[in-house]
Ligand binder design. Sequence first.
Ligand code: ZN
Length: 188
Amino acid sequence: MILPIYLYDHPVLRQKAEPIEEITPDIRQLAQNMLQTMYAAQGIGLAANQVGVPRQLIVIDLGREEGMAQPLILLNPVLEAVSEETDQMEEGCLSLPELRDVVVRPAAVQVRYLDLAGREHRREAAGLLARVIQHEIDHLHGIYFIDRLSPVRRLLLRRKLDRIAQGNVLPPYPVVLGTAPVEQRPAL
Ligand code: ZN
């Protein structure tokens, strides 16, 4: 099922996501729905907050574009280490339609997470994967990529952000506007 994506600056996107204590059928279904939602919106990563569920779950797939799906589902992901070396890359976000900017982040990370079977994994990532992992884990902490830009840069984006928040920038996928009341969140 394709879920609507919550747009800036909905309160759920500022909420800290709760850890998943038990992997229930609902959680497995949520992960599948998130993948479907991400593919439909042509994204490469999605955090549960972005579909209105403040739980620590992210999905990623960098292979989709070449027609070779390689879904990654990370529960309770924790960055255990980040490299001192940084790199710059332009980022976008399904919750911030039509907005892109260059973000500086550590170039490589080590992440610990559970899979849907409850098995613990440790994985090192560099390049685009490291980038997407950091972007999505940020969402679980209520952080947008724009929060990592310089104050001046953010000021320049102010107008665009206001337009998104007011519902004046609508992407070609189902959304919940940033101004929608929190009660519209699906229960889980
Ligand atoms: Zn995002």
